[in-house]
Design a protein around this ligand. Structure first.
Ligand SMILES: Cc1cc2nc3c(=O)[nH]c(=O)nc-3n(C[C@H](O)[C@H](O)[C@H](O)COP(=O)(O)OP(=O)(O)OC[C@H]3O[C@@H](n4cnc5c(N)ncnc54)[C@H](O)[C@@H]3O)c2cc1C
Length: 398
């Protein structure tokens, strides 16, 4: 529903820009006359499709170490204030069953849409008008009141919460409103980049690996100080799969990525056990891979028969399997990235309230901030935690 004539006459206690995970959760966490302004026809579209439709809403083991943020300690207080158990309690009260999967990942047993319904219901129960199809174009402060110019007219509020998310997945609401606000208000900003996405490879490697597109295998992927052991998927452009998606969160353009394609084995030892074999390297290790052609493609022109291989050739082949290195030319971009890394610099935000230091009365929560979680429920958990602490501060402001 769009704006009503009376919305334009009212001075709301709080206007929340963005009816996604963080915006709706904030609206449902304190009582005050407030309005949520959502650009799309339906709220929380990302939540609806999250976790493959089952919403990986949090993680049992959430900790600050699961987040990338230029200010290492920023997210500590919000994560301490609102924990996975707090969200679980809300689901229990609403009789939404949950399921715990590997590595503490928490999902709904039913459907992600149940969580969206819960978010909307809670917001409405806490005196919130939800105005969809209303895009906020610009915010100015006049005589101590915020004036929000929207696609449906101007509204006024004493406080504003920016919950406009990141750039990724434009069809689900991704946009750069926070960048525009930061430029307008001169707030510090951390450059954004797509994250939790695949890598694209230089043309020569793309040609080699595209023949494996669709195949996946367990791999250990390292970049700088970060190492992930999980599935790697070969694609037409390069590499994807959970191990790569997690790595993309910490990767900076130009950095080298190292991959161990057979982390559970020692290829040198396998070669030693077959040292007089007339078979090729790739034939001897083929059985350790999900499909035989993977070893052949990985070894390429370095494939030899074991009996005639020199020590240097054996070592080189083992290095190709365990220490393959490449410099990705880029990522699969914002249309496929699950999240946007970077955003509003948290040096400009009070970590206990999410209020913008330079602009009292203005709050920023969720993915719009320079706080980006690993895969596994951490990003939605950040949306809840940051929204909760903003709400705790706002509920005492009259
Ligand atoms: C396909 C996909 C699957 C995901 N799965 C998971 C998962 O299982 N677990 C997990 O933890 N994370 C997951 N994520 C990430 C997670 O969904 C986001 O990190 C989270 O939704 C961020 O919450 P937010 O409220 O900050 O932003 P969003 O949920 O993106 O909400 C922002 C809202 O603001 C609105 N908006 C923006 N600008 C304006 C404006 N100017 N005026 C009015 N409205 C505006 C947008 O339309 C949008 O609805 C997934 C992301 C994607 C894309």
């Amino acid at each position: 529903m769009s704006l009503l004539p009376e919305d334009k006459q009212t001075i709301f206690h709080t206007a929340i820009v963005g009816g996604g995970a963080a915006g709706l959760f904030c609206a449902g966490s304190f009582d005050a006359n407030k309005i949520v302004l959502e650009a799309l026809e339906k709220p929380a579209l990302k939540v609806s499709v999250s976790g493959g439709g089952k919403c990986n809403f949090s993680n049992r083991f959430v900790s600050p170490a699961d987040y990338r943020c230029a200010q290492k300690h920023f997210c500590k207080s919000a994560l301490a204030a609102f924990k996975a158990d707090d969200f679980i309690r809300l689901l229990d009260q609403a009789r939404i069953p949950l399921e715990e999967r590997e590595q503490g990942r928490l999902f709904t047993k039913s459907s992600a849409r149940d969580i969206v319904h819960l978010l909307v219901k809670r917001a409405k129960e806490h005196h919130t008008r939800l105005a969809t199809n209303v895009r906020v174009l610009d915010i100015q402060q006049m005589n101590g009141v915020f004036c929000l110019r929207t696609s449906a007219g101007t509204i006024q509020a004493q406080h504003v919460v920016l919950a406009t998310g990141g750039i990724s997945y434009p069809e689900l609401g991704g946009n750069s409103f926070i960048t525009k606000m930061a430029q307008q208000e001169n707030w510090p900003f951390v450059e954004q980049q797509p994250a939790l996405c695949g890598f694209t490879l230089p043309k020569n490697l793309r040609t080699v690996f595209s023949t494996l597109a669709g195949n996946s295998l367990p791999a250990r992927v390292s970049c700088e100080k970060h190492t992930e052991t999980d599935a790697l998927l070969f694609t037409h452009d390069g590499f994807s799969g959970p191990a790569i998606l997690q790595t993309s969160l910490f990767w900076q353009p130009g950095q080298q990525v190292e991959i161990d394609f057979l982390p559970s084995q020692n290829v040198s030892r396998i070669f030693a056990a077959h040292k007089n074999s007339s078979r090729l390297f790739s034939q001897v290790i083929a059985d350790y891979f999900p499909t035989k052609k993977i070893a052949k493609i990985l070894l390429g022109t370095q494939d030899r028969d074991l009996a005639n291989a020199s020590r240097a050739e054996l070592d080189k082949a083992a290095r190709l399997i365990h220490h393959f290195t490449c410099i990705p030319v880029g990522t699969s971009g914002y249309t496929k990235a699950e999240v946007t890394a970077g955003g509003l610099d948290t040096r400009g935000i009070n970590p206990s309230t999410m209020e913008v230091r330079q602009t009292p009365g203005m709050y920023v929560i969720g993915e719009a901030l320079d706080v980006t979680g690993r895969m596994g429920g951490f990003n939605l958990h950040w949306a809840w935690s940051s929204a909760y602490v903003a709400a705790q501060h706002l509920k005492n402001k009259f």
